[in-house]
Design a protein around this ligand. Sequence first.
Ligand code: ADP
Ligand code: MG
Length: 606
Amino acid sequence: MTLRRLPETVVNRIAAGEVIERPASAVKELVENSVDAGATRIDVVVRDGGRTLISVTDDGAGMTAGELELAIERHATSKLADDDLEHITTFGFRGEALPSIGAVSRLTITSRPRGADSAWSVTVEGGRKGMVQPASHPVGTRVEVRDLFYATPARLKFLKAASTEMTHAVEAVNRLAMAHSGVGFGLGDGARTPIKLPAVSGDPLEARLCRLGAIMGRDFADNAVPILAEREGSRLGGYAGLPTLNRRTATSQYLFVNGRPVRDRLLYGAVRGAYQGLLASDRHPMVVLFLEVPPEALDVNVHPMKTEVRFRDVGLVRGLIVGALKHALAEAGHQASTTVAHAALGAVRAGGGLPAYVGGARAWSGTYGGGAPTRPGGLAEEAAAFHRPLTNLDMSPAARMEPMDPGAAEPDRDHPLGVARAQLHGTYVVAQTADGIVIVDQHAAHERLTHERISKALTEGGVARQGLLIPEVVELDDAAAARIVSRAAELEELGLLVEPFGSGAVVVREVPALLGGVDAKGLIHDLADDLAECDEALALKDRLGEVCATMACHGSVRAGRRLTAEEMNALLREMEVTPHAGQCSHGRPTYVELKLADIERLFGRR
Ligand code: ADP
Ligand code: MG
């Protein structure tokens, strides 16, 4: 065995294996360098998924001939001024990206610093460094990477289809673009330009929302609530999608720590925790969160790719995220996303595309400072004439409407969910609002209200119980009865007093007062089923969503029950003041709102 020092080319190839996993990692490193160099415009070209060419051009600070020579040296960086790993404020600091890329590709860097009247260029091929030579280039830097991984065939073999690699590259640039709305970004492959993001200036929060909308889509910009919170020197900003705007995967969750895109288990977990009880476990919210922590409270030097970080105070960070998201979502009150109405309209308009966004789901929302009312009077009055019951029409029973008092209150802007006009199919409450109609799924809404009431009562020290006149004995099988009895103390906290009753049966003595008349037998059977699926170690409070849903199912406002006008209006008023009332515990909407403008479109009146 001969012990020897590895040649630099080999060392750099080893480093490249860690830093440059695929073309997108090279794109990320180069774009980060451009941001670090203070660029206001960054253009990326990716050919064949990055296999034949990646080029990144910026208008940043540029490099002198001497700096160019150093930049391709391993561990040469301009970013650790005082050798201080505790206070990193740039993307780079390891001085690894350029030499690593140069070790596995044909790399050319051309650059001209501000104030210089000529440019310089240097090439590295498979680790062999060329001489710095005069070149022509405007102020800024262009880095071209050709034949990535030609020098490491093993890695080359692992590249996926060009389209897949392109998707990763687009994702990498989008992530950086989210955090830097003041920088313009472009990315193309010669034929298509998947990223065209002009720099956005102006109010930083608005600029950010504008940039996020351009990347995440209009739905997100329209249906996300702003986040702003601070705790012990750490700050959280960004936007959180309403729970009804949910996705099948967590890929629409973007997290940044001090401007750096990270994929961090702790942070994803905190987001999940904040939406708990608002979304089914297999649905994921859309969020973009920017966490700013003091540099010394953070270690970014965990992994060469720098996508992982460590926090000094994990509890603080988790608490900040969960608290801020919960608060903002509760503030959003009963809002359900406009996407729900759009989807409904799309389905109604046979073959037609979705109508253009007509604004307004937020028109009444205090959170957004209110918007201009969409067409008061006029059509609203015409529509109002409709609610007079058509008593001379013989309607089939299924479609029969409960006639309402024609003199009932007129809807106004203080009641965004409007005035109940009818109940259809014993299931849907139809209400007239100042500028549209709202259709409420009474069952889903009641389930949500029950959930919120029980959560509130729990935090305030207990759920009020109501004794049953005649205690109800419920027969179950032995195992089911045992499950109920073993949870009796927890159920009592939730307002349900049950005791064992011989073998295979329990007796229900008291029920949560807020359920109204309850079908105790059905409730106990369903709870026993719930408990069978429930992890023994998990407290019922942590599964409050499911338990409340089950309770609400057996409470008085079920689907199929006729409601009086007072009951319907009471339901609407309570929804308006209840946090999260816009969706059930699984993230499905409890109501759909159609604006008059939408309805007019439906009839081609617009
Ligand atoms: P790091 O970013 O960790 O410092 P890199 O290998 O990515 O390491 O870059 C090395 C150095 O080259 C940087 O510190 C910077 O001084 C210089 N550099 C790289 N890219 C650019 C650029 N686009 N504009 C100006 N300087 C750059
Ligand atoms: Mg770098």
